[in-house]
Design a binder for this molecule. Structure first.
Ligand SMILES: Cc1ncc(COP(=O)(O)O)c(C=O)c1O
Ligand SMILES: N[C@@H](CCCC[NH3+])C(=O)O
Length: 425
């Protein structure tokens, strides 16, 4: 048994690695709850009507959605699979919002059959599909229209979503958003509750959100004149940044809420429009810093004067973010937490892929095979973007709260990898 050091929710990470094996995702449930409460409490203090919808793409599992439900969050789902998980977790249907830039007929039918709270309409094809499905089922639905406001948030270009040149939503500048509002308002089966906009992810400032509110209100004022339409809901999406490394300086979550509420109040007032409900959709900022991944160090390759590669028993299969966005992480050797940092190494995954790197140039104590490495802030878009590349089984996920650990997603077995394979002999 190695020395017990770093703890989460009262449990030592080393003891969890020994109990459940590695790679292992460990979540601090109290942290998830505190993040959720930071948003909810701040809205309550602002005295506005609101919904905080957890963007379940960041990390979805039955246990996670049960925690979100306990915290009275609404839920953003973007696929039939995420919706199915919500249903399995017993999520109240009226709190579910369905997103997606290419919703299938069966996704839309499932959402309507389950009576979800709202559908965020993304494009003209979807209006057509929705109309046909609602007619056939003789149903109605609440909807928001997703708008790309032409705002460029300061973040990695792959996670920008609010710029004009985007696959998401109706563009404001070209007039497509006007046309969409008009079409939806003319559809008696779709109740247009309001507008939605999401400008990107891992954003560290409020300016982009404030500019979005202004852009939306300019349009809303015109739509009031043109269509006598007033939004009951303004959904400003997610994207609130978190700390991955010492260089990251995110705002306290409360600041995003106060900035959004202030700018909506101001814009509504300026344009003589009534105050809407404000909805947001945080994903990363609810779960990101609540998760840690533990790996075991395996082979070490030292190329003198060049680099020391330290390979761990996971990699891009449980964390694609470094390969996809050059995302940076910090890590510690759990069993050497008090030892001085003696060397600079690079942490590699075990996939047959040069780009399968987790961390470049990190300082660590003298590193050896068998050490446990914990990589921090992996709670968002780690497990949810995991793959079976090279036929690696997906890692296990453990929740810790009040000194108790609970396995919430089992480690995949090799049998799981071939479960859909059919013989060709
Ligand atoms: C529409 C929408 N809402 C919410 C989110 C959640 O974003 P984040 O995890 O950055 O809060 C995303 C992802 O960027 C998104 O596309
Ligand atoms: N998956 C991305 C963010 C995109 C979120 C969905 N629009 C990440 O890991 O940062």
């Amino acid at each position: 048994m190695v020395k017990d050091t770093l703890h989460i929710g009262g449990k030592s990470l080393i003891s969890l690695a020994e109990k459940y094996g590695t790679p292992l995702f460990v979540y601090d449930v109290e942290k998830i709850r505190n993040n959720a409460r930071a948003f909810v409490q701040t809205f309550k203090e602002q005295d506005v009507n609101f919904q905080v919808a957890y963007a379940s793409k960041a990390f979805s599992s039955i246990a996670m959605l049960q925690v979100a439900k306990q915290e009275e969050l609404s839920l953003d789902v973007v696929s039939e699979g995420e919706l199915y998980t919500a249903i399995e977790a017993g999520y109240p249907a009226d709190k579910i919002h369905l997103h997606g830039n290419n919703k299938s007929i069966s996704e839309l039918e499932m959402a309507i059959d389950y009576n979800v709270g709202c559908i965020v309409i993304d494009n003209f094809y979807e209006i057509e599909l929705l109309n046909a499905i609602l007619k056939e089922k003789n149903e109605t639905v609440n909807a928001l229209i997703r708008i790309t406001p032409g705002i460029e948030a300061h973040t990695h270009e792959y996670i920008l979503t609010g710029q004009e040149d985007s696959k998401f939503g109706f563009d404001l500048l070209s007039g497509q958003a006007d046309q969409a509002v008009s079409e939806v308002l003319n559809n008696e089966r779709i109740h247009l509750q309001g507008v939605h906009s999401h400008i990107g992810s891992q954003i560290f400032e409020t300016t982009g959100f404030e500019m979005t509110v202004q852009a939306l209100y300019k349009a809303l004022a015109q739509w009031k004149e043109k269509f006598e339409f007033e939004a009951e809901v303004i959904n400003l999406g997610g994207g609130f940044g978190i700390k991955y490394t010492q260089e990251d300086e995110p705002l306290p979550l409360q600041n995003y809420v106060t900035a959004l509420v202030d700018s909506v109040k101001q814009a509504a007032n300026e344009h003589g429009l009534s105050m809407p409900e404000i909805w947001i959709e945080p994903g990363r900022s609810i779960v990101g810093d609540a998760g840690v991944t533990i790996y075991e160090v395996g082979s070490i390759k030292d190329i003198p004067g060049v680099r020391k590669y330290v390979s761990v028993d996971g990699g891009m299969t449980d964390n694609i973010r470094p390969a996809l966005y050059q995302a940076e992480y910090e890590a510690e050797l759990l069993n050497k937490i008090d030892e001085p940092k003696e060397e600079t190494v690079s942490i590699a995954g075990k996939c047959c892929e040069t780009g399968d790197m987790l961390i470049w140039d990190i300082e660590v104590p003298t590193i050896e095979s068998g050490d446990y490495l914990a990589v921090f802030s992996t709670g968002a878009y780690g497990y949810s973007m995991a793959s079976n590349y090279n036929r690696f089984p997906k890692a296990a996920v453990v929740f810790v709260e009040n000194g108790e650990d609970r396995l919430v997603i089992k480690r995949e077995r090799y049998q799981d990898l071939t479960r859909f394979d059919l013989s060709y002999e």
